[in-house]
Design a protein around this ligand. Structure first.
Ligand code: DGL
Length: 253
């Protein structure tokens, strides 16, 4: 069993890539809906939640964990690995490396939660992979909550997206990294604003490939999916078609 988790619905964008790459694997997806969003919480609070979810998934038989959340990875992936030395853990980190490799203008942007934007891990990633590339980090408070509430067409969100993205484009940014898994569900809205001026960088497919490398026998299960949540698990099931993930619903047990 492969355990995948996020603060809420965002990690479903990673789960979709995992299901594409590992069609016969069995998954439990855990959404921490009682504590979403993580982006405005302290490192201690996020670590405490990540360790509790790790325990939950391990006790349900997960032999591989995917932290489908940039915020949780930046603040707590090491603590999770220390707590479960026998379980491989795949984290999700903003795609600074591919963006820095692909940029032609030498300027890239990272959209992230406040916690990720302020994390030492993000600074480390930038130092390690961005070299001479100029990186603009843009915290986007409230965006994950809009996704969580399935308010993807809210005009206030569209206006905020425009307010944050236009100045980045004016600075010459040509790659925009989606540094929060919730933002994958805002890709249509972001693409509308960005047009041909920049490309969005999402690492979900790369995370799925890394998980496949570690999956071994876990790749050969029964293709089942369980959804768990710390609050309102029924909303998770109902959200799948709203997020264009109806095809995943057929795997539900
Ligand atoms: N989906 C999460 C991420 O990738 C966190 C969103 C939130 O809970 O603030 O960062």
């Amino acid at each position: 069993m492969i355990g995948v988790f996020d603060s809420g619905l965002g990690g479903l964008s990673v789960l979709a890539a995992l299901v594409d790459t590992l069609p016969d694997a069995d998954f439990i997806y855990f959404a921490d809906t009682a504590h979403v969003p993580y982006g405005n919480k302290s490192e201690e609070q996020i670590q405490c939640r990540v360790l509790a979810i790790g325990e939950h998934l391990a006790s349900h038989g997960c032999d591989l964990l995917v932290v489908a959340c940039n915020t949780a990875t930046a603040t707590a992936v090491q603590a999770l690995r220390t707590a479960h030395p026998g379980i491989p853990v795949v984290g999700v980190e903003p795609g600074i490396k591919p963006a820095a490799q692909q940029t032609r203008s030498g300027r890239i942007a990272v959209l992230a939660t406040e916690a990720t934007a302020n994390s030492q891990r993000l600074q480390q990633l930038i130092r390690q992979h961005a070299g001479k590339v100029e990186v603009f980090v843009e915290p986007c408070p409230g965006w994950a909550t809009h996704v969580e509430m399935l308010q993807l067409d809210d005009p206030a969100l569209a206006a905020d997206v425009r307010t944050r993205i236009e100045p980045l484009l004016e600075k010459g940014v040509d790659r925009i990294v989606l540094g929060c898994t919730h933002y994958s569900f805002l890709a249509p809205l972001l693409s509308e604003v960005v047009g041909a001026r920049a490309e969005l960088v999402d690492v979900a497919a790369a995370v799925a490939r890394q998980t496949q490398r570690l999956a071994g026998r876990l790749a050969h299960g029964s293709g089942r999916l369980q959804l768990h949540a710390s609050a309102h698990p029924e909303r998770l099931r109902a959200a799948l078609p709203r997020l264009h993930l109806g095809h995943i619903a057929v795997r539900l047990t």
